[in-house]
Design a binder for this molecule. Structure first.
Ligand code: HPA
Ligand code: ZN
Length: 334
C-alpha cells in the first residue's frame, strides 16, 4: 500500500475542530438564502478567493462574519451533520468538537438553539455512522471575563452534553490569566479544560494555560519549540498538543509546510496529534492534513499511526473506549 492510501485508510481521531470552521461556502450560501441573510459576497468563488489570510486576526474577522448565517437549530444540525459525513470519508472514528457559544449569543441566538442542533447531529452520527464524539465549548478570549462567566452559567443545564471548556480567538493581547477565575469555576462544575496557546502567542501562554487554567491539552502549542525546557516538560508529562498543519501554514505560523515542527516534536516524545481546526477555511479535513505533512516531511507509516495513538491517549473518553479505539488501530497497522 502506498503512503497516500495508508493515510486515507488510517483510523483517525480529531481533537481540534471548530464546528463553525467547517462551514463550507456552499452551505454558507444555502443558509443565507434559507434565512434571508445578505452576504458580502456574490458567489462561492468570491468567498473562496477572500480566504487569503496574513495572520490569525485576518482569519477570525471573516470566520465570525461567516457564522452569521447560522440562525436556527436545524442550521447547527446541518452544519454538524455535513462535518460528520466528512469524518466518515476520512475514517475519523471519534471527534471532540469545539463550538463558540458567544459568536451566536452575542447576536441574539439562544445558547440552547446552538447546543441542541449540534448535539442532535452528533447523536445521529453515533447511531447512523458509528462515529463517537464529545463537545467542548470555547470562551472567546477577545470578550471579557463577565461574558465568559455568563456563558458558563448558560452551559450548566447542558452539562450532560458538554465535556469541557476551551479558550480560542485572538491570542495576542488576551493571555490565559484573563480567564483564570472562569476556568477555576468550570473545574468546580466538573468540566475538563483545554486552551489555545502558543499558536501566535508566546511560550508564557503555554506555561500559564498549564498553571493557571489547569488544562488537560494545549491547542496548537507549536511555539513550545522556542523553549527547550518547556519541550522537555511537555514530553515528560505527555501533555497533548492538538496541532493543525494546514491552519498553521494558512495563518503563517510557519511559512511553508516543510518548516512545520510537528514531526520533530513527535520524535522528541511529545504527545502530538494532527487535526483540521477550521477545514472549510484552511483547505482540508483530517486526511488532507495528514497528507500535507507526509508530502513535506520524511515520515514513516508507523509515525503517522502514532499521531492517532496519541490522539486516542489524549481524548476525553473512558479507558474502555480508548482500548476499543486502540484495538481498531492495531487491526489496521497489523
Ligand atoms: N485560533 C484561535 N481561535 C480560533 C481558531 C484558531 O486557530 N480557529 C477558530 N477560532
Ligand atoms: Zn483552533
Amino acid at each position: 500500500m502506498n503512503q497516500t492510501t495508508y493515510i486515507q485508510q488510517l483510523p483517525k481521531v480529531e481533537l481540534h475542530l471548530h464546528i463553525e470552521g467547517s462551514l463550507e461556502p456552499e452551505m454558507m450560501f444555502a443558509l443565507a438564502r434559507r434565512n434571508k441573510i445578505s452576504l458580502p459576497f456574490t458567489s462561492t468563488e468570491e468567498v473562496k478567493s477572500a480566504y487569503e489570510f496574513n495572520d490569525l486576526q485576518s482569519f477570525l474577522d471573516i470566520y465570525y462574519q461567516g457564522a452569521n448565517v447560522l440562525t436556527h437549530e436545524i442550521d447547527f444540525y446541518d452544519l454538524t451533520w455535513a462535518y460528520l459525513l466528512r469524518c466518515q470519508q476520512d475514517n475519523v472514528l471519534h471527534t471532540e468538537i469545539f463550538f463558540d457559544p458567544q459568536t451566536h449569543t452575542e447576536r441574539g441566538i439562544a445558547f440552547d438553539t446552538v447546543i441542541n442542533g449540534i448535539h442532535k447531529a452528533l447523536e445521529d452520527g453515533r447511531e447512523k455512522l458509528g462515529i463517537t464524539s464529545c463537545i467542548i465549548m470555547c470562551f472567546l478570549r477577545h470578550l471579557d471575563e463577565e461574558s465568559a462567566f455568563l456563558t458558563l452559567e448558560q452551559a450548566l443545564p447542558h452539562k450532560d452534553k458538554i465535556i469541557g471548556v476551551g479558550l480560542d480567538s485572538s491570542e495576542l493581547g488576551h493571555p490565559p490569566e484573563k480567564f483564570a477565575r472562569v476556568f477555576t469555576k468550570a473545574h468546580q462544575e466538573g468540566f475538563l479544560a483545554v486552551a489555545h496557546a502558543g499558536e501566535e502567542g508566546p511560550v508564557s501562554n503555554i506555561y500559564d494555560s498549564l498553571e493557571l487554567l489547569k488544562v488537560h491539552r494545549i491547542d496548537h502549542g507549536v511555539r513550545c519549540a522556542d523553549d527547550s525546557s518547556l519541550v522537555a516538560q511537555l514530553a515528560q508529562s505527555r501533555m497533548p498538543l492538538t496541532v493543525c498543519p494546514l491552519s498553521n501554514t494558512k495563518l503563517k505560523v510557519f511559512a511553508q509546510m516543510r518548516d512545520h515542527n510537528l514531526v520533530e516534536l513527535l520524535r522528541q516524545g511529545l504527545c502530538v496529534t494532527i487535526n483540521s481546526d477550521d477545514p472549510a477555511y484552511f483547505g482540508g479535513y483530517m486526511t488532507d492534513n495528514f497528507l500535507a505533512i507526509a508530502q513535506s516531511h520524511d515520515v514513516t507509516n508507523e509515525e503517522l499511526a502514532q499521531f492517532t495513538r496519541n490522539a486516542i491517549e489524549a481524548s476525553f473518553i473512558s479507558e474502555e473506549e480508548k482500548t476499543q479505539l486502540m484495538e481498531k488501530l492495531n487491526v489496521f497497522t497489523g
